[in-house]
Design a protein around this ligand. Structure first.
Ligand SMILES: CC(C)(COP(=O)(O)OP(=O)(O)OC[C@H]1O[C@@H](n2cnc3c(N)ncnc32)[C@H](O)[C@@H]1OP(=O)(O)O)[C@@H](O)C(=O)NCCC(=O)NCCS
Length: 159
């Protein structure tokens, strides 16, 4: 783990945290897939009860974030992103582990996620213990109109 990495969790609509997440959002997602959210989209989901946003920082600089929404004892990882300049140093894995720890603390027993089949993040999810559930052919449409399969993963935190 790298020095000075802090993970701050917000389970309410914190303007500064959302601005930090947007700073990472605009660099992290390849525009051709149209996967990045806008600030109003992020703000809208943060207003929903059971949502939390975790910001990874070194010193004050935001380098990554994770966004999770929960309903009762289940939750969904909506977004996970790390600044391209800071990838491959364990920040994504740290955010994912922290999201699982937060979920357990809240009494949540499983986490689900959906990811584009060709996304490198699949390796991270499998390595963390997520299990493949199913494939949805052509589920995502990129900005270029191309269709991409989605893979669903789930981790049972009671197992
Ligand atoms: C997915 C993402 C968050 C990973 O962040 P990261 O900080 O680079 O991840 P880590 O350094 O913690 O890597 C953890 C593991 O993930 C896997 N991994 C991460 N990036 C990878 C890559 N480019 N190629 C292959 N495996 C990769 C590896 O197994 C790695 O473990 P290892 O280094 O011990 O082999 C980052 O690549 C990202 O922001 N991608 C764009 C946004 C996105 O598509 N998010 C997922 C869907 S919301």
């Amino acid at each position: 783990m790298m020095p000075r990495l802090t993970l701050d969790c917000f389970d309410y609509e914190d303007r500064n945290a959302m601005v930090d997440a947007m700073e990472v959002m605009v660099t992290a997602f390849d525009p051709s897939f149209g996967e990045a959210w806008t600030l109003p989209q992020l703000s809208g989901v943060m207003m929903m009860p059971g949502t939390w946003l975790t910001i990874a920082r070194i010193d004050a600089a935001p380098l990554g974030f994770a966004l999770v929404r929960s309903v009762l004892d289940e939750c969904e990882l909506l977004l996970l992103a790390v600044d391209p300049a800071w990838r491959g140093r364990g920040i994504g894995a740290a955010l994912l582990q922290d999201s699982l720890t937060t979920a357990r603390r809240k009494g949540i027993t499983s986490m689900n996620l959906e990811v584009r089949a060709a996304n490198n993040a699949v390796r991270l999810y499998e390595k963390t213990g997520f299990e493949y559930v199913h494939r949805r052919p052509g589920y995502y449409r990129g900005n270029d109109g191309q269709l991409h399969d989605a893979l669903s993963f789930r981790i049972d935190m009671l197992a």
